[in-house]
Write a protein that binds this ligand. Structure first.
Ligand code: ADP
Length: 608
C-alpha cells in the first residue's frame, strides 16, 4: 500500500473516531503532550541548577530554578492527569462505540445485501480486524500516543541539544560539524534496524493471525454460541454436540501449542532491537562527556544533553515504530472500509403521502417479476394485482409459491427485478421510506420478540401509550398471562437482558407479535403465517379473530392452509411464482379444474 493511501486511510480512521468516540483523540493528544514535555522541563532545570551550584551559586537564581522546576512539573502533571482521566473514560467505552459502527452500517444497508454471502464475508473480515486482534481502530487510538510522543519528543530534544553542537572545545575532531550528521545517522540507523526487526516480528504475527482466524471462529461458535444459545440447547443435549465441541476445542489447543514457537521467534527479534539501541546510546554518551571534558560547557549541561539525546534516540526509534504500526493498522482499517463502503443501491425518494390512507389508497403491482440477488430463477412472474382499500385479501398456495416474496417486495426489503409497484400511481421508490412504512403493520412467519420489556415490545418504542398497549393485550387475549407479570408492561421478556425476565411460550410470543401489529394501527395489515406452529383449525381461528379486530382496515392474510382464509373478500392463489386464480372461497372451490380446488381437496382431511 502506498504512502498516500495510508495517509488517507489514517485520516479517515480519525474521522470515524471523531464521529463515534468524540473527544477521545483530543484528550489523548493533550495528555500525551503534557506527559512528554514533563521530563524535558526536569532535564532543562536540573542542568541549570547543577551549573549554578558548580558556578556562581546565586541564591535568588537557584530559588527561581527550583520554583520553576516544581511549578512546571506540577502544572504539566495537572494537565496530564486531567486529560488522561478523560481519555481513559472515553477509551473504556470505545469498544461499544465500535459496535455502533457495525449496527449503523447493518441498519443502513440494503436488506438484499445482508443476505449476500460476499457482503457477509466482508463484514466478518471487518469485525475480525476491528475486534479480535485489536489492530484496527483501537490501534489507531493507541498509536496516537506514539505519534504525539515522536513529534513533541523530537521538537523538544532538538531544542535542548542545539547548543551541544555549536559549543566549541578547541579540539578540531570534537568541534567538527560532521558529528551532527554522524550522530543523527547512527540514531536513524538504530531506528531503521529496530523497525526491520519489528517488521519481521509483525510478519510472524500476521502469519500467526491468519492461521488463527479459523480457530477463533470455531472458538466463538463452540465456546460461546453453541452453549449460550438456548434455542440450540435441546439439540446439543439430545445429540451430545458437546463431544464435537470438545474435539474442535482440542484442535484449537494444538494450534496454540504450535503457535508458541512463532511467539518465541517474535521475542527473539525484540532482544536484538534492545542491543542496537544500547550501542547508539553509548556513542551519544561518549560524545557529550568528551565535549564536557574538553571544557565546551559546564558540567551540569551534561545532564541536559545526555538526557535530551537519549530522548531523541527514543523518539526517532519510536518514529519508525509508529510508521511500521501504521503499515499494519491501515491494512486492517482497509478491510473495515471495504465493508463500510458497500453501496446502498436502494433508491429512496422524498415524496410524502398526501392522500388519507384510510380512504384513498391504492397499491398496485404492475407486471412485477423478481429473482433473488445472485440467483437465476424468477420466483415471482408477471404479477399484476391491486390491494383494495378496506378489503381483506388472502394469498394462498403451496410452500415456496412466492407469497412471502410478494410481501418482501411490498415492504421494500427488495426491489422488483422487472415491473413496478405503484402507490397511488407513483412508484413506491419515489416515496420517503419511513413515511411509506407507516402504512403497514407486518407480522412475519419468523417474527421476533425482543428481550426488552413487554410494553416496549408491543409499542416498538421506548416511550409509549400505556392504555393503548393494555388495550392491545386485551384484544389478543393475552390478559391472563399479563396479570401474572409482576412488573406489568415493564416486565422484561426472556432472561437475556434482565434476570427478572420472564419466559413466554410460542403461542404467547405470537400474541405479542399480533398486539404489536395492532398497536401500530397502520392502515394496511399483513399477516404472513405467524401461526405456523398452530394446527390448521387454531390458525383459522386466530385469523378470523384478528380479522374482527381490524374490521375497517385493509388486510392481507397469507397461508398455505386454505381453510384459514375462507372469510376473505378475495383469495389470490399463488403457484410457482404466479397468481393462477382469484375469487371468493365459494367461487374458487367450485372451479373443479382450478388449483384451489386441487389444494382444497388435498388439505380437506385436516379440517373436515
Ligand atoms: P412462500 O411464502 O409462498 O412459501 P417464498 O416467497 O418464501 O414462498 O419463496 C419463494 C421461492 O423463493 C422459494 O423457492 C424459496 O426457496 C425462494 N427464496 C426465498 N427466499 C430466498 C432468498 N433469500 N434467496 C433465494 N431464494 C429465496
Amino acid at each position: 500500500m502506498n504512502i498516500k493511501k495510508r495517509i488517507d486511510i489514517t485520516k479517515r480512521g480519525y474521522r470515524l473516531l471523531g464521529k463515534y468516540c468524540p473527544g477521545l483523540i483530543r484528550a489523548k493528544v493533550l495528555a500525551v503532550t503534557a506527559a512528554t514535555i514533563l521530563p524535558f522541563a526536569a532535564i532543562l532545570f536540573s542542568a541549570r541548577i547543577i551549573n549554578e551550584i558548580a558556578g556562581e551559586k546565586r541564591t535568588g537564581i537557584l530559588i527561581l530554578y527550583v520554583c520553576l522546576t516544581i511549578g512546571l512539573t506540577f502544572v504539566f502533571h495537572l494537565i496530564k492527569n486531567a486529560f488522561e482521566r478523560q481519555a481513559s473514560e472515553k477509551e473504556a467505552g470505545m469498544w461499544n462505540y465500535f459496535s455502533k459502527i457495525f449496527s449503523d452500517k447493518q441498519m443502513s444497508m440494503d436488506f438484499a445485501d445482508l443476505e449476500d454471502v460476499t457482503v457477509q464475508k466482508k463484514r466478518q473480515k471487518a469485525q475480525e480486524n476491528l475486534f479480535m486482534f485489536g489492530n484496527g481502530l483501537a490501534q489507531l487510538v493507541w498509536d496516537t500516543t506514539g505519534l504525539v510522543e515522536v513529534f513533541v519528543g523530537i521538537v523538544a530534544s532538538v531544542s535542548l541539544t542545539f547548543t551541544l553542537f555549536v559549543s566549541k572545545t578547541g579540539n578540531g575532531v570534537l568541534d567538527s560539524f560532521l558529528w551532527i550528521p554522524g550522530l543523527f545517522l547512527i540514531m536513524a540507523l538504530a531506528g531503521i534496524i529496530n523497525s526491520r526487526f519489528r517488521k519481521k516480528e509483525n510478519e510472524v504475527f500476521e502469519k500467526w493471525m491468519d492461521g488463527t482466524v479459523w480457530y477463533n471462529r470455531t472458538f466463538m461458535f463452540y465456546g460461546h454460541e453453541l452453549y449460550s444459545n438456548i434455542a440450540r440447547a435441546k439439540d446439543v443435549r439430545l445429540y451430545r454436540q458437546d463431544f464435537t465441541a470438545d474435539r474442535e476445542m482440542q484442535k484449537l489447543e494444538d494450534h496454540n501449542l504450535k503457535d508458541n514457537a512463532s511467539l518465541a521467534k517474535m521475542s527473539g527479534y525484540k532482544g536484538k532491537t534492545v542491543l542496537v539501541l544500547g550501542v547508539a546510546n553509548a556513542l551519544c554518551y561518549m560524545y557529550v562527556v568528551a565535549k564536557a571534558g574538553f571544557g565546551a560547557f559546564a558540567v551540569g549541561s551534561i545532564v541536559q544533553y545526555v538526557g535530551a539525546l537519549m530522548k531523541l534516540i527514543e523518539s526517532i526509534t519510536e518514529m519508525f515504530e509508529v510508521v511500521s504500526e501504521n503499515r499494519i493498522y491501515t491494512e486492517h482499517l482497509d478491510k473495515l472500509y471495504d465493508y463500510l463502503d458497500i453501496d446502498s443501491e436502494r433508491h429512496e425518494g422524498n415524496e410524502k403521502i398526501k392522500e388519507d390512507p384510510q380512504k384513498d389508497l391504492t397499491i398496485e403491482f404492475k407486471d412485477v417479476s423478481f429473482k433473488y440477488p445472485g440467483t437465476e430463477n424468477f420466483v415471482l412472474k408477471n404479477i399484476s394485482t391491486k390491494l383494495k382499500i378496506g378489503k381483506k385479501q388472502a394469498f394462498v398456495g403451496a410452500n415456496g409459491a412466492g407469497k412471502t416474496t410478494f410481501v418482501k417486495l411490498l415492504c421494500r426489503l427488495y426491489d422488483p427485478t422487472k415491473g413496478q409497484i405503484l402507490l397511488n400511481g407513483k412508484d413506491i421508490k419515489e416515496y420517503d421510506l419511513k413515511e411509506y412504512m407507516k402504512l403497514f403493520s407486518f407480522v412475519f412467519q419468523d417474527f421476533k420478540i425482543f428481550a426488552f420489556p413487554l410494553g416496549q415490545n408491543i409499542s416498538a418504542d421506548l416511550s409509549y401509550d400505556k392504555e393503548k398497549a393494555l388495550e392491545c393485550i386485551k384484544k389478543v387475549s393475552l390478559s391472563d398471562r399479563y396479570e401474572k407479570m409482576e412488573d406489568g408492561l415493564e416486565t422484561y421478556l426472556y432472561k437475556d437482558v434482565s434476570e427478572k425476565g420472564v419466559n413466554i411460550s410460542g403461542g404467547e410470543a405470537q400474541k405479542i407479535a399480533l398486539a404489536r401489529a395492532l398497536y401500530k394501527d397502520a392502515p394496511i395489515i399483513v399477516l404472513d403465517e405467524p401461526t405456523a406452529a398452530l394446527d390448521p383449525i387454531a390458525e383459522a381461528q386466530v385469523y378470523s379473530d384478528f380479522n374482527s379486530l381490524v374490521n375497517n382496515k385493509t388486510a392481507v392474510y397469507i397461508s398455505h392452509r386454505l381453510s384459514s382464509c375462507q372469510f376473505c373478500d378475495e383469495i389470490l392463489v399463488f403457484d410457482k411464482g404466479e397468481i393462477v386464480q382469484r375469487g371468493t372461497h365459494n367461487e374458487l372451490v367450485n372451479d373443479k379444474g382450478g388449483k384451489y380446488f386441487e389444494l382444497w381437496n388435498a388439505q380437506a382431511q385436516y379440517y373436515k
